[in-house]
Write a protein that binds this ligand. Structure first.
Ligand SMILES: Nc1ncnc2c1ncn2[C@@H]1O[C@H](COP(=O)(O)OS(=O)(=O)O)[C@@H](OP(=O)(O)O)[C@H]1O
Ligand SMILES: Nc1ncnc2c1ncn2[C@@H]1O[C@H](COP(=O)(O)OP(=O)(O)O)[C@@H](O)[C@H]1O
Length: 196
């Protein structure tokens, strides 16, 4: 064993944790441009799931970057490390039996594939929050697009850093068509079908 580390077997306890929750754990991974609607939908979805009696938690890019991931920027390498850590946290949360909602730009296919591999394919729902760049820029919730256009932010996703659209997401949400309520209903149905 590498570094003389021997992982102790907690599989039986994980099953017990899950059984008292009354549902299986899963990671609902929301990817999309800044301003696409990830946080808005994540929060509304979690509120709905809690009201429906599920056990949940939400991981949100901006929030984790003020704590666990403070010090990481937006280079390709820093984003990779950011998402590697988030994947491990999401896995710990599924080990605790939770439905984990995660809202991260996660711009590259390789980033999202790493998360899927870490948490396990059967416990991963990839959700593409599909909002065209022009609409995200028009919303400009935090004023970041304006700064990026002026050249004041480097590596800004969609402007001067890449976003690779998911090719076959489990759920495709177009926010220019679906209301937040409709998106929550679609996701809630998908989650229910996977956690029985
Ligand atoms: N350069 C650059 N590119 C993209 N986003 C930026 C950047 N600088 C700051 N921000 C703010 O950081 C939020 C994205 O953080 P994430 O952890 O989700 O990004 S990533 O998954 O590691 O790519 C993102 O939050 P959301 O708008 O909620 O997506 C932005 O508010
Ligand atoms: N159908 C929709 N779904 C989600 N957000 C929407 C929708 N229509 C408008 N919005 C608005 O778009 C913005 C999205 O911001 P936010 O949720 O912070 O995005 P992100 O987390 O992807 O950066 C919010 O101001 C939200 O009210």
């Amino acid at each position: 064993m590498e570094n003389n580390i021997f992982a102790y077997d907690y599989e039986e306890v994980k099953e017990l944790r899950s059984s008292v929750k009354g549902h299986r754990p899963i990671v609902v991974w929301l990817t999309g441009l800044s301003g696409s609607g990830k946080s808005t939908i994540a929060k509304a979805l979690e509120i709905q799931l809690i009201k429906d009696g599920f056990h949940t938690s939400t991981l949100d890019g901006d929030n984790l970057r003020t704590g666990l991931n403070s010090g990481l920027g937006f280079s390709k390498e820093d984003r990779e490390e950011n998402l590697r850590r988030v994947a491990e946290v999401a896995k710990l949360m599924t080990d605790a039996g939770l439905i984990v909602i995660a809202a991260f730009v996660s711009p590259l296919k390789a980033n999202r594939d790493l998360v899927k591999k870490t948490v396990g394919a059967s416990r991963f729902i990839e959700v593409f929050i599909d909002t065209p760049l022009e609409i995200c820029e028009e919303r400009d919730v935090k004023g970041l697009y304006q700064l990026a256009r002026k050249g004041k932010i480097k590596d800004f996703t969609g402007i001067n850093a890449p976003y690779e659209k998911p090719e076959s997401p489990d759920v495709h949400i177009e926010t220019s068509i679906f209301t937040v309520e409709k998106s929550v209903a679609i996701l809630s149905k998908e989650i229910r079908s996977k956690i029985k």
